[in-house]
Design a protein around this ligand. Structure first.
Ligand SMILES: [Zn+2]
Length: 274
């Protein structure tokens, strides 16, 4: 996967207007490794396509493969490696194996609805093209400890929306949003939504109910087993005491000490089973 010369075609699949910046097919700091992620940015300025394309003092362009204007036009800037995220805290979001989308915004102005739609649609088409789940779409602020962009966007909700836009929503997000987001956003989706079988709030809650019942059953079984084992130990200790020569209380105390050192492991599968 050397130079990503398909990026303009991928962008056009969003239905948003695409501008191919002259020379984009050969622009980049070398070829790419297989694509594993998408990084979403804000540019911290306005009318700054030239910065993303040509760079700034101390950092040569391109700084990203895409520049997304506030009017929701997708500009294809580069087909090669771009200096968009280093040092990355994620192995899937390095300069060499991830695609950057720099969205025009000064870092505080609210996002225009169309630009936000294009941002998500482009992320979804990139996931479709490179076989990624929506979970691989990250904000710069999530994969680089010194960054705050893209400002004010809840990236969990962003990924849920990206998953909805993907050709195959079953490839959706494989990370579960925090409970707050589940309640705030997912519950708006009615049970039985045909377009979005993986992300129905009703299904999520039903799955969790099943899972909780299963855990509860496993814990009950573990408790019953522990109680019966304790009873057997007491019975054996008493039998030894009756046989003579054994201090039953001291013996039980030693067994209890030994049991305190035992780590009990309960194995619970991480996902509800269908
Ligand atoms: Zn950034």
């Amino acid at each position: 996967m050397p130079w990503l010369t398909q990026l303009a075609d991928v962008a056009r699949r969003t239905g948003f207007e695409v501008v191919e910046e002259p020379g984009w097919r050969t622009r980049g700091h070398g070829e790419m490794y297989p694509i594993q992620g998408v990084v979403c940015h804000h540019t911290a300025g306005w009318n700054d396509l030239h910065v993303v394309r040509d760079g700034r003092p101390g950092l040569d362009g391109p700084l990203s493969q895409f520049w997304l204007s506030r009017r929701a036009k997708i500009h294809v800037v580069a087909a090669g490696k771009s200096w968009q995220n280093a040092p990355s805290t994620s192995r899937h979001h390095q300069n060499s194996n991830s695609i950057g989308i720099e969205a025009e915004n000064d870092g505080k102005t609210p996002w225009p609805a169309d630009q936000l739609r294009a941002f998500k649609a482009l992320s979804a088409e990139l996931c479709n093209e490179f076989g990624l789940t929506a979970s691989r779409v990250c904000g710069h602020k999530e994969v680089n400890t010194s960054k705050v962009d893209p400002h004010s966007l809840n990236m969990h909700q962003f990924r849920v929306d990206v998953a909805h836009l993907m050709t195959n929503p079953a490839n959706g997000v494989d990370d579960m949003p925090p409970p707050k987001d589940l309640w705030q956003y997912e519950l708006k989706v009615p049970y039985g939504d045909q377009e979005n079988p993986t992300w129905q709030a009703g299904n999520i809650l039903a799955n969790h109910g099943t899972w909780l019942r299963k855990i509860s059953g496993q814990l009950d079984a573990a408790r019953i087993r522990e109680e019966s084992q304790t009873a057997v130990i007491r019975e054996l200790a008493t039998a030894l005491g009756n046989a003579g020569g054994v201090d039953v209380d001291a013996f039980l105390a030693r067994i209890e000490q030994a049991l305190d050192r035992v780590t009990v492991q309960v194995s619970i599968s991480p996902e509800p089973e269908e």
